[in-house]
Ligand binder design. Structure first.
Ligand SMILES: C[S@@+](CC[C@H](N)C(=O)[O-])C[C@H]1O[C@@H](n2cnc3c(N)ncnc32)[C@H](O)[C@@H]1O
Length: 295
């Protein structure tokens, strides 16, 4: 990650979301009508060229990754909308960690019904997003931009400055970020979120893991993950789905839903697309006991 320039992986996953708009509605995993607005000239041109573009060819090398990105966004969309609608959770605020070009604040403006959305990210990505948003016709929402470097800054302190109320029911989105952090930052974030959110809170996050199959396909997946280092955004944190519930429980969160590639495909794919197998998504709620000390 190069903190001084807008995140390239944020634009890459936004590109993947934008490509879905070209599919017939019935086959779409996700509807993100705002995604295309955040694309730079290159990716916008690529989107226009469709299948003939170099980016689409690149995406064709790892089409399963695109399908995964769409499925994880969809699962988190569904969890957010369900939590906002559940009267017993009384969700009062939403925090999107490493928000990138996440457009849920506007896509779900009605369901949010005025609840604040705290978008937390590096300032460079936020500044670019802000600039683009100024040119769009958007529903009225309470979005608060919170600049941070997760590896350096104290999340609780920066959120409090933006008006976040600790101890209240909060929906935390932590999508496409944990894999870029060091283990201690992931642990620290889980424990901080546990301390910040009150009963009724939910955490939605995804994570990457090493495929232990020695075959060519898994070797290719391991190699493509390493290529992200070339964008300055190396993958550094891995968590196997089998270990995720125990890991989350140690740091304050009880896993309620865990979807790997097969489960994501079962839930959301209607046209035979395959899902990149080295990631999973989980939804968790705070454990009643406090997080154990960092180990
Ligand atoms: C792959 S993008 C995901 C963006 C968004 N969550 C989505 O799924 O569309 C990763 C995001 O995490 C942010 N990020 C990564 N490491 C960070 C750090 N140490 N501090 C703040 N933001 C960070 C990047 O700026 C980027 O917006």
């Amino acid at each position: 990650m190069v903190p001084s320039r807008p995140s390239q992986t944020a634009e890459a996953v936004c590109f993947m979301r934008a490509t879905e708009q070209a599919r017939p509605q019935a086959a779409r995993i996700l509807d993100d009508p705002y995604a295309a607005a955040f694309l730079g000239p290159l990716s916008r041109a690529a989107l226009g060229l469709g299948r003939r573009s170099p980016l689409a060819v690149g995406a064709g090398v790892v089409p399963q990754l695109t399908t995964y990105i769409l499925c994880r966004h969809r699962l988190i969309d569904d969890a957010l909308v369900a939590a906002l609608a559940r009267a017993e959770d009384r969700v009062e605020q939403v925090v999107v960690l490493g928000a990138g070009y996440d457009a849920r604040a506007w896509r779900f403006a009605d369901a949010l019904a005025g609840r604040p959305v705290f978008e937390v990210d590096f300032p460079a990505t936020q500044a670019r997003k802000e600039r683009i948003l100024r040119g769009l016709d958007l529903p009225e929402v309470d979005v608060r931009r919170v600049p941070i470097d997760f590896q350096v800054d104290a999340l609780g302190a920066v959120l409090a400055k933006a008006g976040f109320v600790p101890g209240r029911p909060t929906f935390f989105v932590w999508e496409g970020v944990s894999m870029y952090l060091r283990r201690e930052a992931v642990v620290g974030t889980l424990e901080t979120l546990h301390a910040l959110g009150g009963p009724g809170s939910t955490l939605a996050m995804d994570f990457w893991f090493v495929l232990d199959d020695p075959g060519m396909t898994a070797t290719f997946h391991r190699a493509t993950a390493s290529l992200l280092s070339l964008l300055g955004e190396p993958i550094t944190f891995a968590l196997h789905p089998e270990e995720a519930p125990h890991f989350c429980a140690r740091h304050g969160w009880q896993v309620r839903d865990l979807a790997d590639a097969a489960e994501l495909a079962r839930r959301y794919v209607r046209d035979g697309r395959r899902v990149y197998p080295a990631n999973a998504v989980l939804i968790a709620t705070p454990s009643s006991t406090a997080a154990s000390p960092t180990t």
